[in-house]
Design a protein around this ligand. Structure first.
Ligand SMILES: C[S@@+](CC[C@H](N)C(=O)[O-])C[C@H]1O[C@@H](n2cnc3c(N)ncnc32)[C@H](O)[C@@H]1O
Length: 248
């Protein structure tokens, strides 16, 4: 499976764009992790992009969502299987919330009151709310190896702008300030950047990359390479492809 083949196969499926997917893939190719975690997969588009790197480097992905995500068409299993990437991903269905699955992972990896970190990277792209992802950050920190990275998506997103959430009573009853404040940005400013174990931050568009402190120089990332622009030839081929698919 090549980058261009995956782009074509995922065309039009929400949520991660082809451009962001390639960046995610490039990041992992540079990081060379052994095990990574994703919170929130929905159709599994970002999962497929990460699994493309896993196919080349042979690392393992745990990805968690709720049962509802399997109603998304095509679902994560269909997308992974279509692209031959299913063997790199453990799809974990949490009955209510990944917060409880994180509890299970911490419990499973704890001995004599100490949790052994197991992940080199975590993509947090689920609830985007203060109480869920603020807590998820502290739980993921316990499972993240020194030098490991977290990527937060949608740092400027607000609950007020969500059409799909507007129908719920918990949103209708929410104070205006909470609705209009980007929760992930608050998590970054008030929790992550004040945390003693995080020392490296990079905000790029709607994404925030944060690194857990380590004495080793390992796991430093060449972001120039990760964010490289496509070659003129590839940009032209993408343009032709978009015309063919009536996207332009
Ligand atoms: C934006 S979508 C994920 C998109 C995916 N990462 C991608 O880019 O292709 C967010 C997902 O998070 C899931 N989610 C939100 N809150 C959750 C929670 N507390 N526990 C489990 N899953 C949750 C939703 O069910 C939804 O499928």
């Amino acid at each position: 499976m090549t980058i261009d083949e995956l782009k074509n196969n995922l065309l039009g499926i929400p949520h991660t764009s082809a451009e962001d997917g390639e960046i995610l893939h490039n990041f992992l190719m540079d990081l060379k992790p052994s095990k990574i975690l994703e919170l929130g997969f929905d159709h599994g588009v970002s999962t497929c992009w990460m699994a493309l790197a896993a196919q080349k480097l042979e690392f393992e992905i745990d990805s968690i969502d709720r049962p509802d995500a399997l109603n998304s068409k095509p679902d994560i299993y269909q997308n992974l299987t279509k692209n031959g990437l299913e063997k790199f991903v453990n799809v974990i269905i949490s009955e209510r919330t990944y917060i409880w699955e994180l509890r299970n992972l911490i419990s499973k990896n704890s001995t004599n009151g100490v949790c052994k970190p197991i992940y080199d990277f975590c993509f947090i792209d689920g609830a985007h709310t203060w109480e869920t992802d603020g807590f998820a950050f502290f739980l993921v920190e316990k499972l993240l190896k020194p030098g490991g990275w977290i990527l937060f998506d949608d740092i400027n997103w607000t609950i007020a702008e969500s059409k799909s959430l507007a129908q719920f009573d918990w949103v209708k009853d929410m104070p205006k300030e909470e609705k209009n404040t980007p929760h992930v940005k608050e998590i970054l400013e008030l929790l992550v950047s004040q945390h003693p174990n995080f020392d490296n931050f990079r905000i790029q568009g709607k994404w925030a990359w944060v690194k857990k402190t380590s004495n080793s120089k390992l796991n430093s990332i060449n972001f120039e390479k990760v964010y490289k622009k496509p070659s003129i030839k590839n940009a032209f081929l993408n343009f032709l492809y978009a015309i063919k698919k009536n996207l332009i």
